[in-house]
Design a binder for this molecule. Sequence first.
Ligand code: FMN
Length: 148
Amino acid sequence: MDLFCVAYTSTARPGLNAEDVDQLLASARSTNSLLGVTGVLLYGAGRFFQYFEGPKEGVDEVYARILRSQRHTDVVELEFQPIPRRRFNRWFMGFREAPASVLQGLAQQQWARELPWIEGDHPDSPGMRHLLGLVSPNSSEHGVLAPA
Ligand SMILES: Cc1cc2nc3c(=O)[nH]c(=O)nc-3n(C[C@H](O)[C@H](O)[C@H](O)COP(=O)(O)O)c2cc1C
């Protein structure tokens, strides 16, 4: 099965509150669980960063929903490419609040990896290394764990 991932940043619609974000997450998690999409959402200072991964059809559908959403604007794609394996296989959508500096730091990383990968050699992009330094995708601290 071909796996793809997307990373982007966006600007939250003015007036978006914590309850809106909660609702958005609940809806995202239920869709993602049906589509086999996993990942993490960071939110703070009126900005979003999101990384998600899964089968191509699921990723395309989730991305279309995200691009259609009225809850944010100015989506800037950082990465959209095939991946050799999941990095967030236990989170349908983890969540963490983060200060502006963290979101800015993620947006400034290099997300594209060298392609094609050499068999057995799957180095993470600097962006992914940065993200994994901020969140631990195997802990239940920031996400609803999918069955292992
Ligand atoms: C920051 C952000 C992240 C989102 N993440 C997901 C997601 O992971 N999966 C999904 O199916 N939809 C996701 N969505 C889309 C929403 O769940 C939902 O489809 C959309 O909010 C409904 O349309 P509306 O926002 O215009 O009311 C996201 C939307 C935003 C703004």
